[in-house]
Each structure stands twice: as structure tokens, then as C-alpha cells.
Design a protein around this ligand. Structure first.
Ligand SMILES: [Zn+2]
Length: 345
């Protein structure tokens, strides 16, 4: 029997130790090659696009080395992170690369507290840092419709625990007793198909809603799945209308997880399984405000589970270099926060 991919040497092409031993110059060169890939890592002015510059090696007020470039055309100064989500960074660039490899190695996600212990920084710094990684994954999603065979399902986050004493317990099925922070993640996953067989899923999209409602499901499916695709769902009635656009395969989990005609939403369940490990095993609490970013993080991890860890690290770092400075992650602890969650109404 062939060896599982994650056990093979192809899966581990770099270690956290290797990144931690990099010099600041080596880490900077990695970010420069990702940010300025068109010029082989040669600096391009973030203000005017000029490629001619002077090098200024200097230090931050706290004594950390930093390389600045002064543009020969517009005379303005910039660094490799100027204009990106890591702009005005406080840690050394090597620490950002280290955070990235720790982030991708944690296949079930990582909490800010764990990242703070790994990097030896404050919780607040680690919280913003991991959220910047998630925001970059969110900003760089592929904008293509799913096609072929797609599985759809929903899972609930933020359920209320029953009260301690029996006489205090209420019917949690009633909307009036439900937790106001309860949300539903609707997932749509395209299967990786090879003729009649399939192995896992290749593309995943997630949507945050207040519940599995017919109108919301119709809107999500028609906007994100190519017409006439085959869609597998479980027996929930909210998906009934999809028959108008797609070839539907409806399973009945009370009888079998894979029906007689191949109806099955196991890929959607596989996504939820990894998401629950993040929710219960890593973060313990997820605010509805950023639920969309956590849900998308798990999509990324699921879809790229067969990439080596170095390829993943470089991909996430490249996405960070492609992501503009975010208002909501600049001055977060000074009160500059997201005000509305990303809900599909
Ligand atoms: Zn310039």
C-alpha cells in the first residue's frame, strides 16, 4: 500500500527550525521575491512604480534592522511591506515568515494564544497577526464558479448550552430562546473527479448566514455553481428548490450516508469536521464578526491539503504581499475594528 501523503518527505519540505535560523536579510529576500516577482525580487516603488532606487539600511526606534528603498523618480521611501497588509510592521520580517510556517503547519488552525507563545510576543500582537493571515486568504480567493459535482450542506456555530438545572432549561429550538450569536456556515464543495471515481474535493466556498433558508440557499447556489451541475445534499427541505437549476441527488442520512444512487455529502461533512476541530480544539470561541474569515481559512486548508508545507508557506506569504493594508487590522487595539459581520442575507 502506498504511503499516506502526509507521512512522505514531499509533505515536509521546510521546518520551523530552518525559518527561525534564517537571517533577517534572507527573510526579507523571500518577501521581496514574492512581492516583486515580475522583477525577480528587484524593488519596485510602491508610490510610482519606478524600479530605480537607493538602498538605505537603517534601524527601527526599537533597534530592529530594516531596509528602506528611496525611489530615484519620486524620492519617496518604501520597504517591501509598504502598502501591504504587513505595512508598518513592528516585528522582524523573519518573525512574519516564522508565523506563516507555524500557521500552515497547524492543519486544524491555530489560536492567537498559541501563536503568542511560539513567537514570544504579546497576545494582542499575535491576535492581529493571525487575523492578517486569514484576511489575506480571504482577499485572494479564486473567483470561479464551482462545476461538475458539488456537495452542499450547512453547520451551526454558537449554539446555546442547556441550563444546569432541569427546571431552568428552555426549548432551544424556538427562535426566541436561540443564542443571538448562532450562525450557519453553508459550504459548497466541488469534487475532484476522474471519470467515475473521485478523490476528495478541490474547491470549497463558504457563506455565513443566520440559518438554512430556501431563499438564501437559492441565492448562494445560483451565484456560485454552474447551471446543470450535479448537486448532492442531505434531506433538508431548504435545498428543494435547487431542482430548477441543477441535477439533484438527495441523500437520507437516517438510512445511509452514501445512498443507493451515490447520493452523498461526505465532502461537506469532511469540511465541517476540520472546522469543528478549529472551533472546539483551537479557538474555543469564534466571534460572528470574523466567522467568515475562519470558515474561509478551513476551506483553504482543505483544498490545499496535498501541498507541501514550504509551498503553503510561500503561497500564504505571497497572498499577504498581494493584500493591501487593511483598515480593520491597522490600529485594532486602538479601537479600529470591523463593525458589521459578513452575512449573506
Ligand atoms: Zn517612486
Amino acid at each position: 500500500m502506498s504511503q499516506h501523503f502526509l507521512l512522505s518527505a514531499k509533505a515536509r519540505t521546510i521546518s520551523e527550525v530552518e525559518v527561525a535560523r534564517m537571517s533577517e536579510d534572507e527573510a526579507r529576500e523571500v518577501f521581496e521575491s514574492l512581492r516583486w516577482s515580475d522583477t525577480d525580487g528587484e524593488p519596485v516603488c510602491s508610490h510610482c512604480g519606478c524600479t530605480e532606487s537607493y538602498v538605505i539600511n537603517t534601524h527601527t526606534p526599537s533597534g530592529k534592522p530594516v531596509r528602506r528603498y528611496k525611489c530615484k523618480a519620486c524620492r519617496k521611501q518604501y520597504t517591501v511591506t509598504s502598502g501591504t497588509i504587513f505595512a508598518s510592521h513592528k516585528l522582524e520580517l523573519r518573525d512574519y515568515l516564522l508565523a506563516t510556517i507555524i500557521f500552515v503547519n497547524a492543519v486544524k488552525g491555530i489560536s492567537a494564544l498559541q501563536m503568542a507563545r511560539a513567537l514570544g510576543c504579546q497576545y494582542k500582537t499575535a491576535f492581529v497577526l493571525v487575523h492578517k493571515l486569514r484576511a489575506s486568504l480571504m482577499d485572494n480567493q479564486e473567483e470561479v464558479k464551482l462545476e461538475g459535482t458539488v456537495e452542499m450542506d450547512g453547520c451551526y456555530v454558537g449554539k446555546t448550552r442547556p441550563a444546569n438545572r432541569k427546571e431552568d432549561r428552555v426549548d432551544l429550538r424556538l427562535a426566541s430562546n436561540a443564542n443571538p450569536n448562532k450562525r450557519c456556515i453553508i459550504v459548497a464543495r466541488q469534487r475532484a473527479e476522474d471519470g467515475t471515481n473521485f478523490s476528495g474535493a478541490v474547491a470549497t466556498k463558504t457563506f455565513i448566514t443566520k440559518g438554512e433558508y430556501t431563499s438564501t440557499i437559492n441565492k448562494i447556489a445560483t451565484a456560485n455553481i454552474t447551471k446543470n451541475s450535479t448537486v448532492h445534499v442531505d434531506g433538508a427541505s431548504a435545498y428543494d428548490d435547487l431542482e430548477a437549476w441543477f441535477d439533484m441527488k438527495v441523500g437520507d442520512h437516517s438510512k445511509a450516508y452514501v445512498g443507493e444512487n451515490g447520493e452523498c455529502s461526505n465532502q461537506a461533512e469532511s469540511y465541517f469536521s476540520r472546522f469543528r476541530r478549529l472551533e472546539y480544539g483551537q479557538c474555543h470561541h469564534i466571534s460572528p464578526l470574523y466567522l467568515s474569515n475562519y470558515a474561509n481559512e478551513i476551506s483553504y486548508r482543505e483544498d490545499n491539503r496535498r501541498l507541501s508545507n514550504k509551498a503553503l508557506m510561500l503561497d500564504v506569504a505571497r497572498k499577504c504581499m498581494n493584500t493591501p493594508t487593511h483598515n480593520e487590522w491597522t490600529g485594532y487595539w486602538q479601537g479600529n475594528k470591523r463593525v458589521a459581520e459578513r452575512l449573506i442575507a
